[in-house]
Write a protein that binds this ligand. Structure first.
Ligand code: CA2
Length: 148
């Protein structure tokens, strides 16, 4: 099986590039997918890139990663700050996790400073816009190589 990374995007990230470019940048989610897949290809990794506005669908996708993916990159959107269900699913699959955010959470409102995801993640990339995704792919590649 090729080395496969599941890249998950949470609510409203489908709106990227349409509003709030000063916070999230000008790239659309399709652009982010393109950049993510390009870096993955360079590193010999395969990417499955998904977005959902539904917490339960994200939980289902995380559960189904066991046995089908080698790692998970996740931008859980606003669920980052609320979802114990996503945290529990990430812990349950025990795959390496890299958390990514377009904006710098710590320069924003206090309620965005806490992430339920981070405690299940190897690390957090926040504030580099769309470029955070290829960076997350690099981080995942390094984690998987170290574990091999
Ligand atoms: O910075 C990030 O990547 C976030 O995960 C984005 C979430 C936000 O709730 C998190 O605190 C940080 C929001 C994604 C919504 O994206 C939009 C993009 C364009 C227009 C409206 C929403």
């Amino acid at each position: 099986m090729s080395t496969k990374i599941l890249v998950l995007n949470g609510p409203n990230l489908n709106l990227l590039g349409t509003r709030e470019p000063h916070i999230y940048g000008n790239e659309t989610l399709d652009d982010v997918q393109f950049m993510t897949e390009a870096r993955a290809r360079e590193l010999g990794l395969e990417v499955e890139f998904r977005q959902s506005n539904s917490e339960s669908e994200i939980v289902d996708w995380i559960q189904s990663a066991k046995g089908t993916a080698h790692g998970i990159i996740i931008n859980a959107g606003a669920y980052t700050h609320t979802s114990i269900a996503i945290l529990d699913a990430l812990i349950a699959v025990s795959l390496p996790v890299v958390e990514v955010h377009l904006s710098n959470l710590f320069k924003r409102e206090e309620f965005r400073h806490h992430s339920f995801i981070t405690s299940a993640a190897a690390g957090l990339i926040t504030g580099f816009g769309a470029k955070g995704y290829p960076l997350a792919v690099e981080a995942m590649s390094s984690i998987l190589q170290d574990a091999a």
